[in-house]
Ligand binder design. Structure first.
Ligand code: PHE
Length: 337
């Protein structure tokens, strides 16, 4: 009888919780098989009682162990076995958004690529020649001062973080022959205190066009096309005389404010115009410095800050938001391309 019970315990299939409970009732319950066997102990002859008792105790231990072990196993695996509905729609994957500056940068590049400009890039750590000298900066020009420029080594003015991507255009002029049509996007650095309206780095797109007979009218037409492509057909531009060492004549360009309405505007300060870029005809000294014959060729150049344009497009009022990587800010650009 004991041997038969032992075999029954071993062979009992405990594949789910119901079977485990049935096992417990069958062998260990108050009316269970082991209880019966223990009850029959009184019929066993005295001299065999000790041995049979030990066998029964071992049998009970075996049954208890099988019960506990199979219960534990099933409890730890049920979540992956029976409770998971594999047909359920999964939680949506969290997708990122493009950075607003990347969105605007690609838009600007696409507008110029459509009219034959190539994209050129250059180093952020630049030498004095490409950032300043070749661009006709006089030695004592204030932009070379410690105030504006991050020099790489204290007291050494040879290497610095570029202050504009005009440096890339010098490199393009040095290494190619006209006609040249190129735009240079990139990060630039200026030694300024960080606030809502200024930062120690920002992003630019600068453009350069050099060929025979390039005129100021070409420049104006190109910028008009650019403003209308970026801000819509109603956008107008206005040029104001300005000064840059590397262009002559030079101008600053305003675009008509598209955000203004009857309630006013906190972007253009109610003037209706917003400055978005600097431009001019490339100074003959600059062409000559890069090995281009200024008797044969003329050209124009322009440069804009991507942050400023993004500010206009997205009405962002604090420059610092662009580099803080706050997800609450960044995820607002989901779906904008
Ligand atoms: N390099 C100028 C700047 O960083 C922008 C500019 C480019 C102006 C080309 C005129 C012509 O401010």
């Amino acid at each position: 009888q004991i041997a038969a019970a032992k075999e029954a315990i071993e062979n009992y299939a405990v594949t789910d919780m119901n079977a485990v409970e049935a096992f417990r009732i069958h062998f260990l319950g108050s009316k269970g098989e082991l209880k019966n066997l223990f009850g029959e102990l009184k019929n066993v002859p005295n001299e065999e009682k000790k041995e049979v008792g030990q066998l029964l105790n071992a049998l009970r231990l075996q049954a208890e162990e099988k019960w506990i072990v199979s219960k534990d196993n099933l409890e730890n695996t049920t979540a992956t076995d029976s409770d998971v509905d594999v047909t359920r729609t999964p939680e949506p994957l969290a997708l990122g958004a493009r950075h607003p500056l990347s969105i605007v940068r690609s838009e600007i590049l696409a507008i110029f690529e459509r009219i034959g400009y190539s994209v050129s890039e250059g180093p952020e750590i630049e030498d004095d020649w490409h950032n300043f000298s070749a661009l006709n900066f006089p030695p004592e020009h204030p932009a070379r001062d410690m105030q504006d420029t991050f020099f790489i080594e204290k007291g050494v003015r040879e290497m610095a973080l570029r202050t504009h991507t005009s440096s890339v255009q010098v490199r393009v002029m040095e290494s190619s022959t006209p006609p040249i049509r190129t735009i240079s996007p990139g990060r630039v650095y200026r030694n300024e205190a960080i606030s809502a309206r200024a930062h120690c780095f920002f992003h630019q797109v600068e453009g350069l066009y050099i060929d025979k007979n390039v005129s100021f009218a070409d420049l104006k037409q190109t910028l008009d096309y650019f403003a209308k492509s970026l801000f819509g057909d109603k956008a107008k531009i206005r040029l104001r005389p300005s000064y840059f060492p590397f262009t002559e004549p030079s101008a600053e360009v305003d675009v008509s404010c598209t955000i203004c309405n009857s309630k006013g505007c906190n972007v253009c300060k109610y003037t209706g115009w917003l400055e978005i870029l600097g431009c001019g005809m490339v100074d003959p000294n600059v062409l000559e410095a890069s090995g281009i014959d200024s008797e044969t060729y003329t050209g124009f150049a322009f440069g804009m800050g991507i942050e400023r344009i993004a500010q206009l497009k997205f009405r962002v009022n604090d420059l610092r938001l662009y580099s803080e990587n706050d997800v609450r800010f960044l995820k607002q650009f989901k779906g904008v391309n």
